[in-house]
Ligand binder design. Structure first.
Ligand code: URA
Ligand code: SF4
Length: 272
């Protein structure tokens, strides 16, 4: 991982000291120290070491993973049926979509952005005000943090990552998308996943996690283990939403652990 990138992300996170010790026998040799710069100012007056991640072996194809229940296609009255199987058709279909009530309040749909055959797909919740205005996911404050997070592990929407949301239209007042809206929009994200064929899907926050894994479990249960998505059994990893990290800086050190894990999972893929 590029040290300058890592520093810039850690700085954005409010983590000021980053100590890497190259100890061949003791892996992993990274330690993150949260300081009083974080929201835990009072209790972190003395720098706190954060537990390093245990080393993880490469997961053989046969090892059972915690797998989300198989996801049958959910057909609701509003579900668009013959969703186009190509990027141009899909983009056009989403642009004109009126399959849920979010169409009434959006400025425009926010389809997704990035490299169309990227190894990494990042899934957020839905557009906010900035995204609704600009037509691109993650361009507001949380988006800037997401870009820094991705950059710290050598990823970006311009080079090797695709970014999409669970719903393509902004929920009014930035409320969470409702169940019927998530279901109505489901075929579009499903088709995006089919077209991208990512090696790893990273879900940001509860809404993305529950949508990807077809579950009502809380985020605390979903962040950490590796899940699988769809018939391709694409690995799914859940981490915190950057908007949540902006509100809860004390979780940022854990987010950094997650980023390292994501980096590691993608490297495993690169190594074949
Ligand atoms: N939050 C999201 O979940 N998605 C965006 O595109 C922007 C903010
Ligand atoms: Fe269509 Fe999805 Fe927008 Fe609802 S959120 S109108 S299903 S594109």
């Amino acid at each position: 991982m590029d040290p300058a990138r890592r520093r810039s992300y850690l700085k954005a996170l409010g983590i000021e000291h980053y100590v890497r010790r190259d100890a061949p026998s003791a892996a992993p040799a990274e330690r993150v120290v949260a300081t009083a710069a974080t929201a835990v100012a009072a209790e972190a007056a003395v720098p706190r070491p954060i537990e390093p991640m245990p080393p993880r072996a490469k997961i053989p194809a046969t090892q059972p993973l915690p797998v989300a229940p198989a996801a049958p296609p959910v057909i609701t009255a509003a579900t668009p049926v013959d969703v186009p199987r190509d990027w141009v058709g899909l983009r056009d279909r989403v642009r004109d979509c009126q399959h849920c009530k979010l169409c009434a309040t959006r400025t425009q749909t926010v389809f997704g952005v990035g490299v169309e055959d990227a190894p990494l797909l990042v899934v957020g919740e839905g557009p906010g005000a900035d995204e609704d205005a600009q037509g691109e996911p993650f361009v507001g404050r949380a988006g800037k943090l997401l870009d820094q997070m991705l950059l710290s592990i050598g990823r970006s929407r311009s080079k090797n990552t695709y970014i999409a949301n669970v719903v393509k239209c902004r929920p009014p007042g930035n409320r969470d998308p409702e169940a019927d809206e998530v279901e109505a929009c489901r075929p579009y994200l499903d088709r995006q996943i089919e077209l991208i064929k990512p090696k790893l899907i990273v879900g940001l926050g509860r809404t993305a996690a529950q949508r990807l894994l077809h579950t009502d479990e809380p985020l605390s249960k979903l962040r950490g283990p590796l899940f699988e998505y769809g018939p391709t059994r694409t690995p799914v990893f859940i981490t915190y939403h950057p908007a949540y990290l902006l509100r809860s800086p004390r979780e940022k050190a854990k987010s950094w652990q997650d980023l390292k894990r994501i980096h590691q999972l993608l490297q495993q893929h690169d190594a074949g």
